[in-house]
Structures are given as C-alpha cells and as structure tokens.
Design a protein around this ligand. Structure first.
Ligand code: GZL
Length: 315
C-alpha cells in the first residue's frame, strides 16, 4: 500500500512539473477552407465556426473559396505551409481531393471534413466527417411531398451545386423514395447552384414550359425555394397552395415563407457545426481518435408549426 502511495505522489509531481515547465499550453491553430457565402445556410455555418473557435480558444485561419475548388486546394496548401495543427474542409464538390489530402497527411496534419462528404480512394486521408445524412434528407423530403400531393401529381426539382455530395445524395435519396409513388411524375430537374437568384431563374424556365401543370417543387435547399417562390408569384400562381414546396436546410427565410402560407415543408440540415468541429479539433490535436462520422441532429418542420417555431430558430 505504502509503495503505491509513493508512486502516485511521484506521478502527480511529474505531471505538475511538466505543466509548470511548459507554462501555458500552446493554442491550437485550425485552418478552415470554407466553400463561400452562397446561401443563408453557409453564412450561418461560417458564423458558428468563427464563434465556436473564439469560445474554444482556438486560433482560426479562415478562407472563403467563392465556391471554387481550386481556391480551397490553394487554402489547404497554405495551411500546410503555415504548419497549422488541424485542417477543416467543407468540400464544394465530392472528388478531386486525393492529392492535396496526401500532402496534409505527409505533413502529419489531421483533416476534418465538414458538412459535405468527399470521395477518396484512401479513407485514412481524413480523420472524420462532421455533418448530416443527405440521403435521409432526400428521402424525408420525398415522403413529405407524397403526403402533400396525396400520391399523385407533377413535380419539378431544383438541384444543388452539381457534383457536391449534397446534390448527389439529396437527388438520389428523393428519387429512390418518390419511386414508391408511381403517380408522381418528375417533369424537370435542373441545378440552381444553391442560390436564390439561380433558383428563381430556373423556376421561371420551368413555369414557362409547364405552367400550372406543376403541382409540386422539391428544392435541394431553402434559398433556391425562396427564389422559386418569387418566380411562382410573378407567374400568377400561389406558392404553397397551387404548387406545394418542400426544401432542405431550415433557414429563417423558409420559416417566414411557411408562416405566410407560401411554402409547405423544410427538412432541417443543421449548419451550427462550430462546437462539434472545435471539440473534434482539440481531440485530434491531442492525438485522440474520433468516430469516422460525427452526425448532426435535425428535424422536419411544416407550415402548421412555422409561426410557433420561428422565434426559436438560431439561423
Ligand atoms: C449542406 C450544405 C448545403 C446547404 C446549402 O450541408 O453543404 O450548401 O444545403 C449550402 O444551403 O449552400
């Protein structure tokens, strides 16, 4: 008994000495290669990361790639040159990351993939994915659309940025589920690049071609749905009534539209990933292992509860 007590005391002394010797522990430096500022969702994600870094005492090096992959690759190379402790990447598209992530691995800098997933040959090129289940979001959107149309009608689809995992997986998740409603026909499907302006432009072209034959719109994000609502009203139809609208994200604007009866459902995709990213960065910087997928929690919100939910929304 006596010997173990002596050992324990000695161990405590060594630990205390090592902390005292190196004084304040070194601040973690995180390099974040963000996609851009294309949507309300993206802006909320950036704000969450910046505020969470501050709260966690992490030094954040931030880059905005204006939705260009080559700018994100440049940013990652700059973070490697600056010898940051951890890199976070919100990949604008799924592929084309193997080479630059090999360089990060060679530099022994762990990488957190954020909000969208990547396709790489070697899964060891990144430590974890912090984000949502896009196929499930698409599936839930289809279930809601089928309910709104009572299993029958013509729909159009506004896709997200072509080649992004959000676009690929939300498209497939929706298509696989809506196939269970054979009387729901897809008239047209085109990318609106996740923006309000492009969503409006593409919806105008759908309305020009199909007019009041359209009974429902599925948009891969709320911002494109908000653009489409403008186009539907200018065309002379009632959004949310003549054309049922289901989209994804859960941003404030869509809650305001649902409260005004102009949209029907939003499937939440939580952008407030900052705290999870900082917690993961600290673990990786300390050499700890983390799960390969740190999943976001999200819900489904409908027109009938939008007014009540609106004051509670954080983005
Ligand atoms: C989803 C995110 C998507 C949002 C869009 O995680 O990547 O990109 O759904 C955003 O609003 O532009």
């Amino acid at each position: 008994m006596k010997i173990s007590k002596i050992l324990l005391t000695a161990l405590m002394g060594i630990m205390l000495f090592s902390v005292a010797a190196n004084g304040a522990t070194k601040k973690i430096v995180l390099g974040f290669a963000q996609i851009g500022a294309e949507s309300g969702w993206r802006t909320a994600e950036t704000a969450s990361v910046k505020s969470a870094a501050k709260a966690a005492g992490i030094t954040l090096k931030f880059s905005d790639a204006q939705q260009k992959q080559e700018n994100q690759i440049k940013a990652i190379r700059s973070f490697i040159a600056q010898k940051v402790d951890v890199i976070a990447l919100a990949p604008v598209v799924e592929s084309g990351w193997d080479t630059v992530l090999q360089e990060a691995k060679k530099a022994k800098i762990p990488v957190i993939i954020v909000d969208r997933t990547i396709k790489v040959k070697d899964q060891s090129l990144y430590a974890t994915f912090v984000g949502s289940d896009f196929p499930l979001e698409g599936k839930n959107a289809a279930i809601e659309m089928a309910k709104l149309l009572n299993g029958k009608g013509n729909i159009v689809e506004l896709q997200g940025t072509v080649g992004s995992s959000a676009q690929v997986d939300r498209l497939k998740g929706f298509a696989d589920e809506i196939a269970k409603s054979p009387n729901i026909k897809m008239l047209a499907s085109q990318s609106g690049d996740f923006t309000i302006a492009k969503g409006k432009e593409v919806m105008e072209s759908f309305l020009k071609k199909y007019g009041n034959k359209i009974n429902g719109l599925y948009a891969h994000n709320d911002d494109m749905a908000l653009g489409a609502i403008q186009a539907i009203e200018e065309f002379g139809l009632k959004p949310g009534v003549d054309i049922k609208i289901v989209s994804i994200d859960g941003v404030r604007g869509i809650f305001e539209a649902m409260a005004a009866g102009k949209a029907n459902v939003t499937v939440e995709c939580n952008p407030l990933l900052g705290p999870q990213i900082m917690d993961t960065a600290k673990k990786l910087a300390a050499g700890q292992s983390v799960p390969k997928w740190i999943k976001s929690n999200e819900g489904i919100y409908r027109m009938n509860t939008a007014k009540k939910e609106l004051p509670k929304r954080k983005y």
